[in-house]
Write a protein that binds this ligand. Structure first.
Ligand code: NAD
Length: 334
């Protein structure tokens, strides 16, 4: 029997996740939580065969504890709401798959981990790239020693953010700027590939657009450096100001690899940059394929009572690094 998910927040990413569950044998959407039960709620309920009694508003959410068809919730809300809905889901006895960034502070991440531990439910952060076979091949190459001793890692991700009215540009809802939203991809992927967490940082933030009002509450661009306990150094960058195609390069003394077109839903490309290693792999062209792999992983963890690969502790480590980067830039989070 598939694991039943309640989707909380029926926006862009929940739309992808719900479509992915429809392609899955292991996961199914069985309930919806929305501020618009009569419109969005009914529309998605009809699409996915969900009874109208399983549509909840945010106020009614806690009643989900009595819904036996719900094993887990998928939190697809603005960042500042992740903590509240994870804690409420745990109290309702439901497992949690929460979108990235895990929360808007390490304090909230710890509350979420504690709430899920006390309730004996699983907590997974939706770092979808970690479930993409292309990234798993990169992980295998780095961890097998094929690249030799890793010396340095470089990565970036960004885009031009047009709308000033969106929650992503409100500090209260987003927690931070481009680093929280997209800089987290090269940061998390570097940690995933190296199996180390950076401990030293330098950073600069900049906002060149001072006129449109888009960046009144947060930074537009961040560039940081980081050092891992083994001595590996890294650079990262993110922006909301221009096209910054996602990439991650891992440079070792025997060989180097690059993930290009990285962090999107389709077509990440892993290649070797040196003769010592041969690899040329591209991610699926199906835009929900990686979401299905992510949904299936959590479903399997619930079914077999095992810890998810990208558990809450991984989300916490990224928030600790993000806080350190903002602090190093002289713009600590509130
Ligand atoms: P979105 O704006 O498309 O959806 C957010 C949903 O939350 C909407 O349904 C909205 O109605 C609801 N909502 C409830 N209260 C709200 C409030 N006070 N303000 C605004 N919206 C409110 O956003 P999204 O792009 O789907 O992002 C949701 C989460 O998913 C974020 O944490 C984001 O970082 C994450 N995300 C992850 C990926 C990924 O690939 N893993 C991609 C995009 C977004």
């Amino acid at each position: 029997k598939p694991i039943g998910y309640a989707a909380i927040g029926l926006g862009t990413i929940s739309g992808m996740f719900m479509r992915a569950c429809q392609e899955s044998q292991k996961a199914k959407i069985t309930a919806l939580v929305t501020g618009h039960p009569d419109t969005k709620g009914k529309k998605f309920a009809a699409m996915y065969g969900i009874p109208e009694t399983s549509i909840y508003t945010y106020e009614q959410f806690d009643r989900i504890k009595d819904n036996k068809a719900v094993d887990a919730v998928y939190v697809g809300l603005p960042n500042s709401m992740h903590c509240e809905y994870t804690v409420r889901a745990a109290k309702a006895g439901k497992n949690v798959l929460c979108e990235k960034p895990m929360a808007t502070s390490s304090v909230e991440c710890r509350q979420m981990i504690d709430a899920c531990k006390s309730a004996n439910v699983k907590l997974m952060i939706a770092y979808r790239c970690q479930y993409d076979p292309t990234y798993i091949e990169a992980e295998r190459l780095v961890q097998s020693g094929a690249l030799g001793n890793i010396q340095a890692v470089e990565g970036a991700f960004g885009f031009n953010f047009a709308s000033p009215d969106f929650w992503r540009l409100k500090k209260k809802l987003a927690g931070g700027g481009s680093l929280m939203d997209v800089g987290i991809y090269p940061l998390n992927t570097a940690r995933f590939l190296l199996k180390e967490d950076p401990t030293e940082f330098t950073a600069m933030v900049s906002t060149r657009d001072k006129t449109s009002g888009r960046f009144a509450e947060m930074e537009q661009t961040v560039t940081w450096t980081m050092k891992f306990p083994s001595g590996i150094t890294g650079t990262g960058a993110s922006t909301y100001g221009g096209t910054m195609p996602g990439f991650l390069r891992i440079n070792g003394d025997k060989g180097s690899i690059e993930l290009s077109n990285a962090f999107g839903y389709t077509g990440s490309h892993l290649v070797s940059l040196s003769k010592a290693v041969t690899v040329d792999v591209t991610s699926s062209t199906d835009d929900v394929s990686v979401f299905r792999l992510e949904a299936d992983h959590m479903a399997e963890c619930i079914r077999t009572n095992t810890q998810p690969k990208s558990a809450g502790e991984e989300g916490l480590k990224d928030l600790i690094a993000i806080e350190s980067i903002y602090k190093a830039a002289g713009t600590p989070m509130a």
